[in-house]
Design a protein around this ligand. Structure first.
Ligand code: ZN
Ligand code: ZN
Length: 582
């Protein structure tokens, strides 16, 4: 029983009943879920008590995350506790006077020895609130096959708006009589002035139709998008679940960043297959305490990124030039990160657990498996299409993974994935691709792979000034140094945070009403006069160089027919094999 009525205190009050509990029954709460980050959910659990058949009972804390009931069996063992829920966003839990969004792994315990037992949960909500979840159930009561399924469904309660449409799907080559149907629900909790349901429904419907057709599958009866468009506060992003997704983007981004919501929707919905059903063995069984050691996140997340963009293009929500610009943008991100020289795509995913530390995210330390994985998705697709003369592409690989593993309830290994590629494109050098690009850190050969599709790559290097420090206007209107880059010439010359700038090369600073640093040229020497603790100092150093690479992808007007086949196949999701093999 989950009681959401203590909204002012942000306390979710829980009673966990265990029928026919054996002596010494233990309950445990995960340290993580949703994000690949150990977040110690126990930190929000308070006031734990238990009773056995209605009588207060002995309670032992076994370790940080585990409690143990009495040393006798109970026909009804009940644990009572509260969870402080005051963090908004798709990965967290919140209860306040406006709404509640729950990541149930933060709220509910499991039985470590019986995690596969069917579970049932009943909610009590404040008067007038509605309740929505991806779980099967009626009213305020839901059931799940086991704890894993239970916590793979977010819960939203409050005054949201509810929209739905029917997604139909006829397998290629089948007749209209074979149509399958599912309900797609949109639960929208946002200010009605900030969004247009018509626009959102129309673009989401294009995406779900395109992805269902791509995967040749409609693997659920109902799928639920929980959407928040906050005006301020809370974390934003998207979180996939087996039969739904929770998405939060700032209301301002809905207006200013057209296509942003669609990109997230296309990504999360593709996860209904890739990662939720097409699932690597390395993520199973879920280790809720220590996390799972997985090297497959470049494929789970990065390739999902690639599909999000391809699907938007194929669904006419994106034009070709914007698609090319986004691919080039992803290339620019990878090439700007020095961490790519020693961190492979595989290792990046394995080290996802470190992303909660801000210094891990420095470009000198790490790359993103979302980013490099997206590029690997494009390259792999182009490589397979080139090697097979566009008889097969990555779409076929994903469909095979779905048929051979997801639909048979099996998890795949990396070896399975490679073997499917080899079967579909025997002349593609799968080993080399994975050794160089997935497990290794060889620079991606964009020219060759884009060339397979008759695409040209223009590279432009801009040399921008890198002063090696930053300064902002202080309370008396002077420019004051707020940070100095490690290893910069400014640092070697002795510049320190807190120094107040007086002049540069003899010209007084700040100049003008809106003080900013002068626009220096790369490598020029500057002489700064500064004041520190009442004393004037003169520092002389060279402005550094920030080499920014930008890429532009263009269609080669002289592309040969075999290149055009690969290009059209890639962009449209088609192959040259017999129709019906889609
Ligand atoms: Zn809400
Ligand atoms: Zn994702």
């Amino acid at each position: 029983m989950v009681d959401l009525r203590a909204t002012q205190a942000h306390l979710v009050q829980v009673t966990m009943n265990i029928p026919d509990a054996s002596a010494g029954t233990e309950i445990q709460i995960p340290t993580w879920n949703c994000l690949y980050q150990i977040r110690d959910f126990v930190k929000n659990v308070q006031d734990m008590k238990d009773d056995c058949d209605g009588q207060p009972a002995e309670l032992n804390r076994e370790d940080l995350n585990t409690w143990r009931g009495p040393n006798r069996s109970c026909s009804d063992l009940a644990f009572h506790y509260s969870v402080y829920a005051a963090a908004d966003g798709p990965f967290d839990s919140m209860l306040d006077g406006h709404h509640s969004f729950l990541n149930l792994a933060m709220i509910l315990f499991y039985l470590p020895r019986e995690r596969n037992r069917p579970v049932y949960v009943k909610f009590h909500v404040p008067a007038g609130w509605k309740l929505a979840s991806c779980l099967e159930g009626e009213g305020d009561e839901f059931q799940a096959a086991n704890y894993d399924a239970l916590v793979d469904s977010p819960v939203e309660a409050g005054h949201f708006e509810d929209f739905a449409y029917t997604q139909g799907f006829i397998p290629t080559g089948a007749s209209a009589a074979d149509i399958k149907r599912a309900t797609i629900r949109l639960i929208i909790d946002a200010d009605r002035a900030d969004y247009s349901p018509g626009r959102i429904l129309s673009s989401i419907q294009k995406i779900t139709t395109e992805e269902t057709t791509l995967m040749q599958d409609l693997p659920f009866h109902r799928y639920t998008f929980v959407l928040h468009f906050p005006r301020d506060g809370g974390s934003t992003g998207g979180m996939e679940h087996r039969d739904g997704a929770a998405i939060a983007i700032p209301a301002s981004a809905l207006h200013d960043n057209e296509g942003y919501l669609e990109s997230i929707v296309a990504h999360e919905f593709f996860h209904a297959w890739n990662v939720k059903r097409i699932r690597p063995q390395s993520l199973e069984p879920v280790d809720y305490i220590n996390g799972n050691d997985t090297r497959d996140l470049w494929l789970c997340e990065g390739v999902t990124n690639a599909y999000a963009q391809l699907v938007l293009l194929r669904a006419d929500l994106l034009d070709r030039n914007t698609f090319y610009a986004r691919v080039a943008g992803a290339m620019e991100i990878l090439q700007s990160r020095n961490g790519r020289r020693f961190q492979s795509a595989e290792t990046s995913g394995r080290e996802a657990w470190l992303e909660k530390y801000s210094d891990y995210n420095r470009s000198q330390r790490s790359i993103s498996y979302y980013n490099k994985g997206e590029l690997l998705g494009y390259l792999l697709d182009l490589g397979v299409r080139h090697a097979s003369q566009n008889l097969a592409g990555l779409d076929d690989v994903m469909r095979r993974l779905n048929q051979d593993f997801a639909r048979r309830g099996r998890f795949y290994t990396f070896a399975d994935f490679r073997s499917i590629i080899t079967q579909l494109a025997p002349t593609f050098d799968t080993n080399r691709f994975f050794e160089d690009y997935v497990q290794g850190t060889r620079e991606l050969d964009y020219l060759t792979y884009l060339g397979y599709a008759g695409l040209l790559l223009a590279t432009h290097v801009a040399e921008l000034p890198l002063p090696g420090f930053s300064a902002t206007r202080n309370s008396v209107g002077l420019l004051q140094v707020d940070s100095v880059d490690d290893g910069s010439a400014a640092q070697r010359a002795g510049l320190e945070p807190g120094d107040v700038l007086i002049s540069a090369d003899g010209d007084p600073l700040p100049a003008g009403p809106n003080p900013t640093l002068p626009s220096w040229r790369p490598t020029q020497t500057v002489e700064l006069r500064i004041v520190r603790e009442g004393k004037t100092h003169v520092l002389r150093f060279r402005i550094g160089v920030n080499r920014q690479i930008s890429f532009q992808i263009e269609e080669d007007p002289q592309a040969r027919p075999e290149q055009l086949r690969v290009r059209e196949g890639w962009l449209k999701g088609a192959t040259n094999s017999s129709s019906g093999n889609r």
